[in-house]
Design a protein around this ligand. Structure first.
Ligand SMILES: Cc1cc2nc3c(=O)[nH]c(=O)nc-3n(C[C@H](O)[C@H](O)[C@H](O)COP(=O)(O)OP(=O)(O)OC[C@H]3O[C@@H](n4cnc5c(N)ncnc54)[C@H](O)[C@@H]3O)c2cc1C
Length: 399
């Protein structure tokens, strides 16, 4: 489908921007707009703010980065929050944030498609409830993690035990006594394996590709803080060498544990491929002690377990897919004017990537987490304010 065709269904004309998604990114944009006196409308398909955090994350989750890098614009975390707030603390912060800025999303409102209507010079947005909205500005805030990625292994349908994606995993207590195959070794795979072990399950973690595991802290300093500071002064490659040397000093040779490091350094890989290094919170010690077993890639799933590419075969009671998420933008946003890649991520790298054409914006799609989303939100609000006060600039091409 290309641009929207004029149709006869009644449409609600909005006086301000339309934001799709009430996660941290959507809330941040709505707050920044409210701060400059611009009312916005937020459409959210689920029944609450931050549905990813409320409904699709495990109980023991804490923010991976220190709190000062996870605050949204204009309102910090309450005093007394720990350095790495728990998911419950983060959710309560987001709820207070929405209240503080008078943000009242329209819940249960899933956007089915959005397209620019040239005839009226505005975006038409159609929702599952049959309602249509029209706005001059459309802000895409549906997140990089909108849909779980579920790989298909040969024989998967034969498996007799439970298969769950991490989006449905709450606690290792649901797997006590079980031998569990965790597919994936990113932050989620590592933390779920750790949680399973702490709840007396027997985790086996599949490591198919290379992976950078870094300590979450170095000598009491957050690795993220150290990295950001060093990047101001030193070339990326040198910073990567430093990070790998520190990781080697603290962990020893992780290759020997089955966790082979990529050829590219952690920051270079993040910049080029968007692959985030794992920040270890204790899983590595368990891998070393053999309490989390590292397995090679899955060849096929059997009725009672799995066969691996190195010829091993093991029985399992359950499989947990820590295989990540993907964006859903390409399924509903028509006519994006080249703002997104076909995978639904921002085409331009951070700090760009937030502004499209014809009043289209996106927030939180440059793989920079909450810090990146806050940066986008401030820019979007400023830009909309400028264009609202100077409507002739509205049709200007992307700057
Ligand atoms: C387990 C986990 C841990 C993480 N930890 C950190 C961390 O410590 N620090 C950090 O910076 N980042 C972290 N992240 C990244 C995290 O995704 C972001 O920080 C943050 O949640 C992104 O916010 P968002 O609003 O862009 O997307 P989301 O939180 O995914 O919100 C998008 C919203 O859009 C809604 N939506 C989607 N499609 C539609 C539609 N068609 N119509 C209407 N509504 C729709 C969704 O229901 C959702 O509520 C973590 C991610 C995961 C999965």
């Amino acid at each position: 489908m290309g641009e929207a065709e004029a149709d006869s269904s009644p449409s609600t004309w909005l006086p301000g921007p339309l934001i799709v998604g009430a996660g941290p990114s959507g809330l941040a944009v709505a707050a920044c707009l409210a701060d400059v006196g611009i009312p916005s409308t937020v459409l959210e398909k689920s029944s609450c703010v931050a549905s990813l955090w409320q409904h699709r994350t495990y109980d023991r989750l804490r923010l991976h980065l220190p709190k000062q890098f996870c605050e949204l614009p204009l309102m910090g975390f309450p005093d007394g929050f720990p350095k790495y707030p728990s998911k419950h603390q983060f959710i309560s912060y987001l709820e207070s944030y929405a209240t503080a800025f008078g943000i009242r999303p329209r819940f249960g409102t899933e956007v089915l498609d959005a397209a620019f209507d040239r005839g009226i010079g505005a975006w038409r947005v159609r929702t599952r409830g049959g309602e249509d909205f029209v706005s001059r500005w459309l802000v895409v805030a549906t997140g990089e993690n909108a849909e779980p990625v579920v790989p298909e292994f040969p024989g998967m349908e034969r498996f007799g035990g439970r298969v769950v994606h991490t989006c449905a995993y709450r606690s290792g207590a649901d797997f006590t006594g079980e031998k569990v195959l965790v597919v994936g070794c990113g932050n989620s795979g590592m933390e779920v394996s750790l949680d399973l072990f702490r709840n007396d399950a027997r985790p086996h973690m599949v490591v198919r590709n290379t992976v950078h595991v870094l300590p979450r802290e170095m000598l009491g300093w957050s690795t993220f803080v150290v990295t950001m500071a060093l990047l101001r002064w030193l070339p990326l490659r040198l910073v990567d060498q430093f990070l790998c040397a520190m990781a080697h000093l603290m962990f020893g040779d992780t290759d020997r544990l089955g966790l082979r490091r990529p050829k590219l350094g952690p920051m270079e890989l993040k910049n080029l491929a968007g692959k985030t290094p794992v920040l270890d919170v204790g899983a590595l010690a368990l891998i070393r002690s053999g309490n989390i077993k590292v397995m090679r890639g899955v060849k096929e799933i059997t009725r009672g377990g799995a066969k691996f590419v190195d010829g091993m075969e093991e029985q399992f009671d359950a499989i947990i897919l820590a295989t990540g998420y993907r964006s859903n933008v390409s399924s509903w946003l028509m006519d994006d004017g080249g703002l997104f890649t076909k995978e639904g991520m921002a085409k331009d790298p951070f700090p760009g990537g937030w502004k499209g054409e014809k009043g289209l914006y996106c927030v939180g799609f440059t793989r920079r987490g909450l810090l990146g989303a806050s940066h986008d939100a401030l820019n979007i609000a400023r830009d909309i304010l400028l264009r609202r006060n100077n409507p002739s600039s509205h049709h200007l091409a992307k700057q």
